[in-house]
Write a protein that binds this ligand. Structure first.
Ligand SMILES: *Cc1c(COP(=O)(O)O)cnc(C)c1O
Length: 421
């Protein structure tokens, strides 16, 4: 089945759900066991089935299977938020004493998780300040457990060289983890370029309506966890399941099985079935929404690029973008709708004069949303730190919605005028 068909109909089993045409919300916590023997089989991971909704749920199952199919993976796990998708992914193979390599221009929430909480847990995250592949390779040592990147960085709007990073990671026997939140699988499928694990904040474009927190982890099934002795969690017995060895028992689904049976069991950051339902609704129109998100964003970026009072525009599909070649390679139908631009005027007046753009910190909503990092999220940073984070005092980060493009442009134009009055 092609992308659009999976997004709208994938894994629906009408007979199993009383012939209901849209996915039902299974709001139950527990599942009845046919016999003691059946229950034992479930608890020993010998047979597949539902035990308790912290571990699995039929509504979430449809979401997980659809996203896994859309990304080209062997399985997926839904989580309470994008943050917990990243957390579970990393804890699935890293522990105290290990290292992770990433860029210093990743999403702020992930940066804090890595720089502060992981540090407290004894996991050292190395932040590379350039996009030079050699700098990534130089940082790898015997403790390194993965390279982590974002297809399109938020709020930096940089495009990652997924293929280049995957080659380096694989040369050293470690996986590449890619946060594919901003493009979604409609625009980029990182597994096709060598990514081993893909994570998402489904809160953004996948659910698409700014109404459901969620995350998902997709396992490509391509990484061999027993190729070296770096990943003992997969190659040594798990005492909590009678000594099961994940790499042996579950083959190329070892990663995604362990993320569920071990980590979501222990951490409990599961996605509510209601949110999974909302996210499924979003997925069903993903391909249609992304087309318009991309079209509107490109039109606005081209308009702003020619504007005398706009200092710069960051959008990967602009020919002037230094990432244009990478964008054309990795982002097949468009560059999503996240962009940054600098307003030559008063930033506060600009933000407060917008009528259609909503001032909030979110992206991927059907409504246009604008964030003013220097005035809000990055306010506490010094000017020097802001520049390092790729944020100047005139920097606006916008997520372009599905409104009429003429209204979007008019709103921005009026606010630019007001910012200079
Ligand atoms: C929002 C976001 C996250 C975190 O997701 P939540 O659902 O807010 O927890 C992670 N990565 C990127 C790129 C994001 O934009």
């Amino acid at each position: 089945m092609k992308f659009e068909t999976i997004a709208t109909q994938g894994f629906l089993d009408l007979a199993k759900q009383n012939k209901a045409v849209s996915t039902p919300i299974y709001a139950n916590t527990a599942y009845s066991f046919d016999s003691v023997e059946y229950a034992v089989g479930l608890f020993d991971l010998k047979i597949a089935g539902d035990i308790y909704s912290r571990l699995s749920n039929p509504t979430n199952d449809i979401l997980e299977k659809r996203i896994a199919a859309l990304e080209g993976g062997v399985g997926a796990l839904s989580t309470s938020a994008g943050q917990s998708a990243v957390l579970i992914t990393m804890l699935n193979f890293a522990q105290a004493g290990d290292e992770i390599i990433t860029s210093d221009k990743i999403y702020g929430g992930t940066y804090n998780l890595f720089a502060k909480t992981f540090k407290q847990m004894g996991i050292n995250v190395v932040f590379i300040t350039t996009d030079n592949l050699e700098d990534y390779e130089k940082a790898i040592n015997e403790k390194t457990k993965c390279i982590y990147t974002e297809t399109i960085g938020n709020p930096s709007i940089l495009v990652a060289d997924i293929e280049g990073l995957a080659k380096i990671a694989h040369k050293h026997g470690i996986p590449l983890v890619v946060d594919n939140t901003v493009p979604t699988p409609y625009l980029c499928r990182p597994i096709e370029y060598g990514a081993d694990i893909v994570v998402h904040s489904t809160t953004k474009y996948l659910s698409g309506h700014g109404n459901a927190m969620g995350g998902v982890i997709v396992d490509s099934g391509n990484f061999d966890w027993s190729q070296n002795d770096k990943f003992k969690m997969f190659t040594t017995p798990d005492e909590s399941y009678h000594g099961i060895v994940y790499a042996k028992e579950f083959g190329n689904a070892a990663f995604i099985v362990k993320s569920r049976t071990h980590l979501i069991r222990d951490l409990g950051c599961c996605q509510s079935p209601f949110n999974a339902y909302l996210t499924i609704l979003g997925l069903e129109t993903l391909h249609v929404r992304m087309e318009r998100h991309c079209e509107n964003a490109l039109k606005l970026a081209q308009y702003l690029e020619k504007h005398p009072h706009i200092n710069f525009v960051k959008y990967p599909y602009l020919k002037s973008s230094k990432d244009y070649e990478k964008a054309k390679k990795y982002l097949t139908h468009g560059a999503s709708s996240l962009m940054g631009f600098g307003v030559d005027g008063d930033g506060t007046k600009f933000i407060e004069s917008l009528k259609l753009f909503i001032h909030a910190t979110n992206l991927g909503d059907v409504r246009s949303i604008i964030t003013y990092p220097a005035g809000t999220t990055h306010r506490q940073l010094s000017d020097e730190q802001k520049i390092k984070a790729g944020i100047t005092n005139d920097y606006m980060r916008a997520s372009i919605g599905l409104e009429n493009i003429d209204d979007i442009i008019e709103d921005i134009e009026n606010a630019i005028k007001a910012s200079r009055a």
